[in-house]
Design a protein around this ligand. Structure first.
Ligand code: SAH
Ligand code: SF4
Ligand code: F3S
Length: 455
């Protein structure tokens, strides 16, 4: 399938006993983080160790995100500052991977303005890394490989960030072409992994002690549509739910246009599936939704929320919202605030619209000023703070099952974790609880978390 095995062995031989260190940093969504874990898996095979400190690294890889302009600016800032590191250590190799590289104008800008960068590797070309790196180790100047290989998942060994939470991509790419979004251009068309590969990967992870499995895709609801109709996403959930063991299944993201009753039934009938759905609404205005090419209306979205709350009024919905899409009027924005009040999201991830070269929305006229967009963002956050404060109170006196994931940064003697509903829970306890499930009773609620005590 690819000839990276020879390159891996050659690098291993070149590096010998030297144990060079690699610094790998991923930006953007969890799919990109998962790619970063695969890159680390490949590097480990070649003989690299890892460091969190770029100044001691022999190899730096920035695995980039292109979804908004500020994500790209951040990377350019970091690459700029790495010029100094390269001067101090001329043998340092710097590579850029991930979504930014798939835009030819960005790859060109890197080549022109950042001579400290040694190689650029495309999003779907991870399996080409060994060959590229071998070239650099042999003194080649500026190597580029943005060809489309396989998605490098089935044979990939990963260096996972956590020993109890694992991400499992189930599909790659996106077919939706929301008019503001760069993802379909940098990640290509939808490709679903074979169900048997996903099932055996999840079963293996559960056997090795993983407690939370996060299934990833840009639009998981359309999983399987390219597999000839043998397996839909709800069917996949049911199959994964049958795997023996004590673990929680999460997934993201879901697209409202494909959120079917079949999906909702599967969520409620599968005991291992989290009682939380991240369902990006983006806007509450039908006019804006239409111009975004989202293919649903506010009414349809509210219908899904109602159906879910009929099953379980405590169920947790979270969402993504874009503020200041081109020519968003005050009424359009008000419609977004209205839908927030009606649905009562537990959490929102909100972004000011960012123009992406090559997308349809980049061609749309936009009469809304940056100041107005920032003002709307503040109004939206203010409203959500109030909603979360009120809404989190519904959990007081109830029981939650929490996967503890860290010590609390806010409270001495407390640990923190997430409930099945994806709510942050702070509870008294020691770091020995990290990585295990505990049952807690909720005693208090804030606007960003609830407090619980172990039963
Ligand atoms: N595939 C996922 C999300 C992909 S990107 C989905 O459809 O839900 C994550 C979020 O970034 C999007 O939901 C959207 O709210 C935001 N986003 C994407 N492109 C953007 C842009 N050009 N400007 C601002 N926010 C954007
Ligand atoms: Fe982007 Fe829309 Fe695809 Fe999500 S569904 S990745 S927002 S095009
Ligand atoms: Fe960013 Fe690419 Fe993910 S653009 S959000 S890292 S798919």
């Amino acid at each position: 399938m690819n000839d990276n095995t020879a390159a891996v062995s050659e690098i291993k031989r070149l590096l010998g006993e030297s144990l060079p260190l690699a610094y790998v940093r991923s930006f953007g969504c969890q799919l990109n983080v998962s790619d970063g874990e695969k890159i680390k898996g490949l590097l480990r095979k070649m003989g690299y160790g890892f460091t969190e400190d770029e100044s001691e690294a022999d190899l730096i890889i920035l695995n980039t995100c292109a979804v908004r302009e500020n994500a790209e600016d951040r990377v350019f800032g970091i690459v700029g500052s790495m010029k100094k590191l390269k001067e101090l250590k001329p043998s340092l190799i710097i590579g850029i991977t991930g979504c930014m590289t798939a835009q030819s104008h960005v790859a060109e800008k890197i080549r022109q303005s950042y001579p400290q960068v040694d190689f650029v590797l495309g999003t779907s070309a991870i399996s080409g890394l060994p060959k590229l790196l071998l070239g650099c180790l042999n003194g080649e100047r500026f190597a580029v490989d943005i060809s489309e290989y396989d998605d490098f998942s089935e044979e990939a060994e990963q260096v996972r960030e956590s020993s109890f939470k694992a991400s499992v991509p189930i599909m790659f790419g996106c077919n939706n072409f929301c008019t503001y979004c760069i993802v379909p251009y940098v990640r290509g068309r939808e490709r679903s992994r074979r169900p048997e590969d996903i099932i055996s990967e999840v079963a293996g992870l559960v056997r090795s002690g993983y407690k939370e499995i996060m299934l990833l895709g840009q639009n998981v609801n359309s999983y399987g549509s390219d597999l000839g109709g043998d397996m839909s996403f709800p069917q996949l959930l049911r199959r994964l739910n049958e795997i023996e063991g004590d673990f929680l299944i999460r997934f993201m993201s879901s697209h409202p246009k494909d959120a079917s009753s079949e999906l909702i039934d599967a969520i409620f009938e599968c005991d291992k599936v989290a009682k939380h759905l991240h369902l990006p609404v983006q806007s509450g205005s039908d006019e804006i939704l239409h111009r975004m090419n989202r293919r649903y209306t506010a009414e349809k979205y509210l219908g899904i929320a109602d159906e879910i709350y009929r099953h379980d009024p405590d169920f947790s919905l979270t969402t993504d919202i874009i503020v200041g899409f081109p020519d968003e009027s005050e009424e359009d924005f008000q419609a977004t605030l209205d839908i927030m009040e009606r649905v009562k999201f537990d959490n929102i991830y909100s972004f000011i619209y960012s123009k992406r070269t090559g997308t349809k929305a980049a061609e749309m006229a936009d009469g809304v000023t940056d100041e107005e967009k920032s003002r709307r963002m503040r109004r939206l956050l203010e409203l959500q703070r109030g909603i979360s404060t009120e809404h989190y109170k519904r959990f007081i006196g109830k029981r939650m099952r929490v996967l503890v994931d860290d010590v609390s940064k806010k409270r001495e003697g407390f640990v923190t974790g997430k409930s099945s509903e994806f709510i942050i829970v702070e509870l008294e306890g020691s770091s020995s609880l990290i990585g295990s499930f505990v049952d807690v009773e909720i005693t208090d609620a804030m606007n960003w978390a609830v407090i619980g005590k172990i039963i």
